[in-house]
Design a protein around this ligand. Structure first.
Ligand code: NDP
Length: 469
């Protein structure tokens, strides 16, 4: 049974729950569920370690981040195997994106924190400067779609800013976090700086409500984000939320059509559409609408399906396929489930799917589906396209496909989204702000924005007496 990692030690506790291989549905591991006592023990361990960890010079904490990056490199193959077992991701994607990004997160935040200047303000004999102190114990709740990438994206800045953490991975994907616990232990990281607990149904709420948890960072559904806000409201704990989206792509007639089709194939179908940044609404200028739709549908049929994370999530995605039909959609590709003739037939697969013909106000076009599916809508003018893209309760990401330089800037600046790509998608500089508007979340992480969230400034002001003339 997979054990919790508390105060530097493996802890076996809690009722076991199973983790399934999404490729086949088979049970691959049993995990102990953190009960109130385990959650309390983890938070206490983090609290006990907090003072000494915060007292280290930032250069030393940055050194720890580099050592953890080396530890990840040493256990690279184990992390790849754990991530693939839990998620069913392709080997190539896991080797080139998920695990390398974990290494990059530790290295990048070590550099950013170590070289960050403090602020000072000088005005008429008054000097003010700010010092930053850590928040204390941070609860890190990580989703199942990019488990290692997103865990390290939050952990690295939280640690280098001087916080200790209690991590709660998704119940579907504890494997890479368990390997990371071993990496922390092998590196000799001070006990209690990183604690990892597993749970399924109650551990998350117990963790965020714990009075010694000072802040919460969460990536996942808007519904759970709201529940966390309610749970921490009484103690006004800071929260950083990245809560998904209903992302639009705008394809203009002056685009490089081949590049736009391939870009949209990536942005719709990567990771089976289970990335918060994936495109679910495509708007295509009318002169190229027919051809674009045909080419995208043809490519969708060539995409190798990736499993959904769980049987429940597969049912959710299929329910939207059924909804599209009942709302009157025309299905251009997919719409059902693939058949492989092997053990994958008991896995959690759905067809890569393209539909058209629905209203902007249909549930299908307004709700996050989180599967390999998009709706394609024609538009005539640039301002119409912008209005269509902005007509959403979410505001995380958007992509523009155009050959016009002026149009690219003009449209990008009017799109109500936290991230806008032009003629590309998913390209990230770790120093840039990341996050979304409206139901897509609160706050920004990335670069110094992460360090700002994981610390509190204190302003110190000194009045300098002037000598008598
Ligand atoms: P959720 O987003 O609902 O998050 C589940 C996680 O949150 C678990 O770790 C759970 O732990 C914890 N949690 C649940 N309730 C609370 C609470 N009240 N307080 C604190 N923690 C809590 O994940 P689902 O798997 O249910 O996904 C549902 C939908 O979310 C998906 O279909 C997709 O649309 C979206 N999603 C978005 C992602 C993104 O990247 N933005 C990523 C993944 C999903 P525990 O059960 O132990 O309490």
């Amino acid at each position: 049974m997979l054990t919790h990692f508390i105060g530097g030690e493996p802890v076996t506790a809690g009722t076991a729950f199973p983790v399934h291989d999404p490729m086949t549905g088979a049970v691959i591991r049993q995990v102990g569920e953190a009960d109130p006592e385990v959650v309390d023990r983890a938070v206490r361990a983090a609290r006990e370690a907090a003072r000494d960890w915060a007292a280290l010079p930032v250069a030393e904490r940055a050194g720890w981040l580099r050592r953890l990056a080396e530890g990840i490199e040493e256990r690279f193959d184990d992390l790849v195997a754990a991530e693939i077992a839990d998620t069913g991701k392709p080997l190539d994607q896991t080797r080139t994106l998920d695990i390398p990004r974990g290494i990059a997160n530790f290295r990048a935040f070590a550099e950013i924190a170590a070289h960050r200047p403090d602020e000072a303000f000088h005005l008429s004999g008054v000097l003010s400067y700010t010092v930053r102190r850590p928040l204390g114990v941070v609860a890190v709740i990580v989703p199942w779609n990019l488990p290692f990438l997103l865990m390290t994206w939050k952990l690295a800045p939280a640690l280098v800013a001087g916080n200790t953490v209690v991590v709660k991975p998704s119940e579907h994907t504890p494997g890479s976090a368990a390997v990371f616990a071993e990496i922390c232990a092998a590196a000799g990281l001070p006990p209690g700086v990183v604690n990892i607990i597993y749970g399924h149904g109650s551990a998350g709420q117990l963790l965020v409500e714990h009075p010694w948890v000072d802040a919460v960072t969460f990536t996942g559904s808007t519904r759970t984000g709201s529940a966390i806000m309610r749970a921490v409201a009484d103690r006004v704990k800071p929260v950083s939320f990245e809560l998904g989206g209903k992302n639009a792509a705008l394809v203009f007639e002056d685009c490089d059509l081949e590049r736009a089709v391939e870009g949209c194939v990536r942005s719709v179908f990567t990771n089976g559409g289970q990335v918060c940044l994936c495109t679910e609404r495509l708007y295509v200028q009318r002169p190229i609408f027919e051809e674009f739709g045909e080419r995208l549908a043809a490519r969708a049929q060539e995409v190798v399906p990736q499993p959904m994370i769980s049987a429940e999530h597969r049912e959710k995605v299929l329910s939207y396929y059924a909804l599209a039909r009942s709302e009157g959609a025309k299905v251009l590709a997919g719409g059902g489930t693939p058949s492989f003739g092997d053990q994958r037939d008991s896995g959690y697969f759905v067809d890569p799917t393209v539909v058209t013909g629905l209203s902007e106000w249909s549930r299908f076009n307004r709700e996050e589906i989180f599967g390999p599916v998009c709706h394609v809508t024609p538009f005539d003018t640039e301002s119409e396209a912008i209005d269509l893209a902005n007509n959403s309760d979410y505001g995380l990401a958007a992509a523009i496909w155009t050959g016009g330089l002026d149009r690219a800037h003009r449209v990008a600046q009017r799109l109500e989204a936290g991230l806008v790509w032009v003629n590309t998608w998913y390209l990230r500089d770790l120093r840039t702000p990341f996050g979304g508007l409206r139901l897509s979340g609160i706050g920004r992480e990335g670069g110094t924005q992460s360090l700002d969230f994981y610390s509190e400034p204190t302003t110190i002001t000194i009045k300098m007496e002037q000598p008598d003339a």
